[in-house]
Write a protein that binds this ligand. Structure first.
Ligand code: ZN
Ligand code: ZN
Ligand code: ZN
Length: 341
């Protein structure tokens, strides 16, 4: 694979015209420092993907009013990194303010403490949940419908799940819930791929949503609620139209021999009608979501890939290192981000 150097040295024809934020749009991609002992790769990967999600970045920029927690304010810390991304001339920036805010916020739970490695998936979800808490006064309201809450306006999937018996028609009470990340087991996904490949020569590019749905529901069997003797599958129904859909892959082991199979199953488009049993929102039925970001894990280290929409290129982020790339394999995809970006 050819690795293209992203930042050319001044004098390469770019030196004089280089202005952050102007014609050289890739200049807006910067690395995030991870000094020895900091173990901040999990946080850096989450921040890079959030920054590259156009819808999220623009929405956050428009917000300033929030319930501020001073030094422990995750909202302020993220805003400050984002404005540095835009204004700084450095190629790599520290993420320390956010690291400190995160450590301070989760001190009592002993999570995300300084110097300790943590989970990028949980970090990403916690950042979004905290942003919600910084923006919404009545945070107990479920589901959150605040127009200013970018977490739920942009990322939340509003769902209900229900068991319906095909044989006798009996059904369980619908259980409503909201999720920011839709988790799928990679083992179940690979089993589904195998089943499809028994019937077909290869996977169709539009099948990814259906594969994820099958993998997500395969283990969820219940006895019929009226005890007619049937085992019935769970149905998950999507009721809103999320702008960004995050798929979280759950791996059985840190090193998995399923990596190649999962990569083969990955699709670059996601159809919400495929991902859920039913979609009730008309816009969601038509919504075409593209793969725009990934957080990956390899050898106890997190990396991120993001689609840079202005240049139509994929960019790879490994802490301070930023490169323009084709997508690397041999890493475990922890998170896939789909968006209308
Ligand atoms: Zn604040
Ligand atoms: Zn909210
Ligand atoms: Zn039944």
């Amino acid at each position: 694979m050819a690795w293209v150097k992203l930042f050319r040295k001044p004098g390469n024809g770019l030196g004089k015209t280089y202005q952050p934020g102007s014609m050289l749009s890739l200049a807006l991609t910067k690395g995030l420092l991870n000094e020895p002992g900091q173990n901040s790769c999990f946080l850096n990967s989450a921040v890079q993907v959030l920054w590259q999600l156009d819808i999220f970045r623009r929405s956050l920029r428009q917000l300033s009013t929030h319930f501020c927690l001073g030094d422990a304010c995750i909202f302020c810390a993220l805003k400050s990194i984002f404005s540095q991304f835009q204004q700084s001339r450095e190629r790599a920036l520290p993420s320390d303010t956010l690291r400190h805010a995160l450590a301070e916020t989760f001190k009592d739970e002993q999570r995300f403490q300084l110097g300790l490695m943590d989970d990028a998936a949980e970090c990403f979800e916690h950042i979004l949940e905290r942003i919600h808490l910084h923006l919404v006064s009545d945070s107990a309201a479920e589901p959150c419908t605040s127009r200013s809450c970018i977490t739920h306006q942009r990322f939340a999937m509003t769902l209900y799940e229900q068991f319906v018996c095909r044989s006798c028609g009996a059904s369980s009470d619908p259980l409503p819930f909201t999720e920011l990340v839709h988790y799928v087991s990679t083992t179940a996904l690979c089993q589904q791929v195998e089943r499809v490949l028994e019937r077909m020569d290869r996977l169709r590019s539009d099948m990814f949503g259906e594969l994820l749905q099958a993998a997500n529901t395969i283990g969820d069997l219940r006895n019929c609620p009226s005890n007619c003797g049937q085992s019935i599958k769970i149905r998950r129904v999507l009721m809103n139209c999320p702008e960004i859909v995050t798929i979280g892959f759950v791996w059985d082991a840190e090193q998995s021999d399923l990596t190649e199979d999962v990569i083969r199953a990955l699709g670059s488009h996601l159809n919400l009608s495929g991902l859920f049993y039913r979609v009730t929102d008309e816009n969601a039925k038509r919504r075409d979501l593209h793969l725009v970001g990934m957080i990956c894990y390899s050898s106890r280290h997190y990396l991120a890939f993001a689609y840079h929409s202005k240049s139509s290129k994929w960019v790879f982020f490994d802490d301070a290192t930023v490169k323009e790339v084709g997508v690397q394999n041999r890493v475990l995809f922890r998170f896939l981000f789909f968006s209308t970006n």
